[in-house]
Ligand binder design. Sequence first.
Ligand code: EPZ
Length: 418
Amino acid sequence: MSRLEIQKSIGLKGKVRISGSKNSVLPILVGSLLTDEGCEVQEIPMLKDVVIMKELLEYVGADINWDQKDAVIKIKTDTIHCKDMTYDLVKKMRASILMLGPLLAREGYAKIFLPGGCAIGTRPIDLHLKGFSALGVEIRQEYGYIEARSKGLVGGKIYLDFPSVGATENLMMAAVLADGETIIENTAVEPEIVDLANFLSQMGAQIHGAGTDTIRIIGVKQLKGVKYKIIPDRIEVGTFMIAAAITNGDIMIENVISKHLNPLIAKLEENNVIVQVMDNKIRVKADAGVHSADIKTLPFPGFPTDMQAPYMSLMSVSDGTSVLIETIFENRFMQVSELVKMGADIKVEGRSAVVKGVKTLTGSNVCATDLRAGIALLLAGLRAEGKTIIDDIYHIDRGYEKVVEKFAKLGARIRRID
Ligand code: EPZ
């Protein structure tokens, strides 16, 4: 199992180009199942999660050509020949639950092993299933499987008790081929929702209101194949913004849609970090002390939960005390015990973590428990005295393309060791 070795690297400097969004490419690749014509998706990041998604899609019959050099996937699914998503497939990636919508829309049937929880929480799918029932789907659950069937999806009215990203995406993908009109209320408004809606609309779907809390969809008979370029990964942007702040660096981040970063830009300016926004670039500089500032994670456009762990690493070396409240997932402080091994002063009380800034962190052997906790440890390792070794870095490879190369190019002393 490969590990990362990181040595103190103060003053990261230079340019980094952001890859396509992990949380856009996954639903969009699944959305291509909604047509039997070919789709071409561009800006595909080279991620473990994309490798798993490719396996899933090929398993149901998709023909996929992935040109990794040009970051393009060509996908065509003439016929879907298997609709049972087994345990071995689903356990690799929770986002496999997104297969439900397109399989139901195209075949009227899907059987999927219940995606378990993961490090950050139980992650139920009740909102997905309740929404499908409103579209005329019969759901049965037994032996750990969800079996969903319908004689033909019909439009309906759905209210999401929580603005779930995945439920919004799954239900949108089912509704676009349903008979009649669907209204989904209290929808997620993340940029990845808008990206998926733009992709589906280009295919001929009738979707109104994506990016607001109510989405209206008029079902159509069929959708056509398209060429589509996904948005940049806003969480990768945020990660490099924090990297500049935590190493007193000066980084130019390219291929950015800056309005996707508003909560983090505002927060870093509060932390006394210099953020310069240009049209599709952001320059982040930090040469004075980083001030502490509280955060509370919220659905977009609030402070993103995926940035909570990286931000905690920064607050661990700030000049004061900050309170981080995690409202989205019930167990998303897994990085705390590992940061404490590096000398951080953090106390967790339920959904709140009190972080008292310390002068120095020291390198240690630590373990990545999930994707964002893993990258938080990498960021802390760049600041810490001495050497940090991170185990289980497959978590990081799930969501960060060429992570070692990108950081090394900025001057980080980082390498993969087996
Ligand atoms: C998406 O997960 C992202 N993953 C997550 O990114 C991200 O953290 C999350 O949205 C929130 O922004 C992908 O897009 C592949 P949710 P998702 O449904 O769709 C509860 C990363 O690091 N909930 O919005 O699973 C759920 O338990 C990953 O890139 C229900 O109760 O998130 C959670 O507490 C991590 N019932 C909250 O909603 C449901 O049916 C938010 O979940 C569905 C969700």
